[in-house]
Each structure stands twice: as C-alpha cells, then as structure tokens.
Ligand binder design. Structure first.
Ligand code: KIV
Length: 268
C-alpha cells in the first residue's frame, strides 16, 4: 500500500509538473473505487447536497451531513488525501464558530484538510485556520454557495474587471496560507494566468487545461445524470444507462422467476 498523499506532496507535484487528480466522493464504496483508480484527492464536496440529497443548490447542506459523509469516505481511503467542504453559512470570519466547525469535521471524520469557498473576503478566516495548522483548500471563481449572489451558476471572471477580481482572490487565499485553490467556472486563459502566478497548486473545474490539476464531481464523470451535461463535464461511463439496464434485468428476472437460481440458494 503506498503512503498517503500529503499537503506538502501536492506542492511538490506542482513544482515537478505532475498533474493532480481530484474526484468528489460521498461514501465508502465510491471512495474505495476512486482510490483504487489512483486519484490523489477525494473531495467530500457540499455538492452532495445536489447529487446525493437532491437539493437544487448546495446551500441547505449542514455540518452534520458533511461530517457523516466525510466519515464514510475516510473509511474507504487509505492513500488519497481527504478534503471536506465547509458548508454554507458557517464561515462568517475568523473566530470560535469556524474553528469549532473545522475541528469537528477533522476530529469526527479523520479527514486531512477542509475546503472553504471564497477569495479575499475569506482570507482572514483561511489565515486563522492555517495559523492553527488546519490545512485549507480555497475555492474561487464560480463558488456554488454564491449562486444567488451571482444570479445562477454562471461563469465568473469574464471581462477585465471580473478577471482581476478572480486573480486578486486567488492571490489573497495563497497569501493567507491556503495549500491549494479550486478554480471553478472561469475562462481558460484566466485560469492559466492564475496558475502561473501562484506557487500553490490550482485545481480546475470548468477552468481549462492549464491548471495544476483537475476535479470532477464523481457522479458527473460516471455519467449518472442523463440529460444534464454541463460543457465542462466529460462522461467516462454511461452510468445512468448501465445502472438502469442492470436493475431492469434484475426486475425482469424476479418477475419471471429466473432470479434467484438454484446456485443462489442454501442447502438444508
Ligand atoms: O462541492 C463540490 O463538489 C465542489 C467541487 C465541484 C469543486 O466544490
């Protein structure tokens, strides 16, 4: 079994030009499978609110739900770095509330780092947590917790002023002590410029090919949602069709009395 990917190792990967692979996971079984496939980071994203719980946004996700799912992922991961998302509404600046939430996530789940959405506006909070040796992955650009402020899940950083804001945000989180930053939903040339400018790794989603790593929502890369495929997603499996076909066959075999066969029963 290889050693666990660490926060300093991710910095080395950037310096050595080795691309970082990150996938979101929300449970034990998928954590095991994704880790077996060699991913470096398992991100327990608050996207679980949408893909696991069926909410329209990530905003309703609670701290308890994040801890519950992170515990399951940690049980399935021995090599990948496990990062857990700070849910919406917890991060109102440095202080006991955010510290308590971060400590609860790490102590109760056993994950190695947390992720916070926001740029310059959360830099003080990142600094506060990093100063207490809580590794923080930052997240700038299209931050889904800001969906209502943005007026939808819209690409950010288009135009000079907006691009400068994203760059400022990325620099601010690096200076505050984040060990990596997710760049989500921004133009590819902007992501390339941010990646050049920062010494910490950038991990892109909808941010083009020139980031130091890439992340996709596990259920998206497995093609679990038919009919919905954002431009930045690639399906590596037609999971939706594969699962529907398998369960349809099961249903048919049960109704026809084909399953279970004699080989699935127990002798007296
Ligand atoms: O919540 C999440 O899964 C995320 C990734 C999409 C980056 O933040």
């Amino acid at each position: 079994m290889s050693a666990r990917v660490t926060v300093p190792e991710l910095g080395r990967m950037k310096r050595e030009g080795r691309r970082i692979v990150c996938v979101t996971a929300y449970d034990y079984t998928f954590a095991r499978l994704f880790e077996r496939a060699g991913v470096d980071i398992l991100l327990v994203g608050d996207s679980l609110g949408m893909v696991i719980l069926g909410y329209e946004t990530t905003l309703p996700v609670t701290l308890e739900q994040m801890i519950y799912h992170t515990q399951a992922v940690v049980r399935g991961a021995s090599r990948a770095l496990v990062v857990s998302d700070m849910p919406f509404g917890v991060c109102h600046g440095p202080g006991p509330v955010v510290m308590d939430a971060a400590v609860r996530i790490m102590k109760e789940s056993g994950c190695q780092a947390i992720k916070l959405e926001g740029g310059a506006r959360v830099a003080d909070t990142i600094r506060f947590l990093a100063d207490h040796h809580i590794p923080v992955m930052a997240h700038v650009g299209l931050t889904p917790q800001s969906v209502h402020a943005f007026g939808g899940f819209k690409v950010q950083g288009r135009g000079n002023a907006a691009a400068s804001q994203v760059l400022e945000d990325a620099v601010a989180v690096e200076q505050a002590g984040a060990f990596a930053v997710i760049l989500e939903g921004i133009p590819s040339p902007l992501a390339a410029a941010v990646t050049q400018r920062l010494t910490i790794p950038t991990i892109g989603i909808g941010a083009g090919p020139e980031c130091d790593g890439q992340v996709l929502v596990g259920y998206d890369l497995l093609g679990m949602f038919d009919g919905i495929k954002p431009r930045f997603v690639k399906h590596y499996l037609d999971g939706s069709a594969a699962i529907t076909t398998a369960v349809t066959r099961f249903a048919q075999e049960v109704r026809e009395g084909v399953f279970p066969g004699p080989e699935h029963g127990f002798n007296p």
